[in-house]
Design a protein around this ligand. Sequence first.
Ligand SMILES: [Zn+2]
Length: 253
Amino acid sequence: MRPYILAETNWETLKDAKFDLAILPWGATEAHNYHLPYATDNIQADHMVAESAKVAWEKGGKVIVLPTIPFGVNTGQSDIYLDINLNPSTQLAMLTDIVEVLNRQGIYKLLIHNGHGGNNFKPLIRELGLKFPKMFISLSFFPGALDKYSYFEEKGDHADEMETSLMLYLRPDLVLPKDKWGDGKDKKYKIKAFSEGWMWAERKWSEISKDTGVGNPHKSTAEKGEHFFRDLTQKMGGLFYEICNADVDDLYE
Ligand SMILES: [Zn+2]
């Protein structure tokens, strides 16, 4: 039983406990190329947050990891079989209820670990910040935590070399053999501005990728996944510890 994982701990341990930071991993249930499981984002989030919380806990940080929310925003994948969409308004309702509990019980720091690119929590956090002024709600999106392309060669953002390498390290039993891997080729917009980073429209996923992947997974290895995972969780663990000890009334230099 890991005392920093809420799903594993118990009332005997918690009745006199006090935590500074709650961490909420949030994933998605969706196709990941032909070869990765639908729970890829949840499995990655579970492992990353648990390992990072362990690092923080061992430094003395009072962190508690909430259960991973397994459904995310999949509005662009409505025609992909059993991609389970959770609308942003539903996410706001869920997050409001969770924050209400933390706020009432005096855990004023919440970190949302976003494990899925389609989830967009910033507008929700802005709205909750007004409603719960005592709460310090922060957000992480792990692919930006490290220089991704010093670990992986191929560009991509979905079931790509990074995700396949991570899954080969974390759950190789759930990765199909290499001859089943699609090439993760994606189509870009004809209108060039959409590739320049300042224009955005939701991609119709089934039209941009045949295998649902974006990014070629073929250079993936478990070793690359392990290297990235180790460095990431060390960095995230340090961050969790820092937030635990931060004075939220004195955050700026
Ligand atoms: Zn993913």
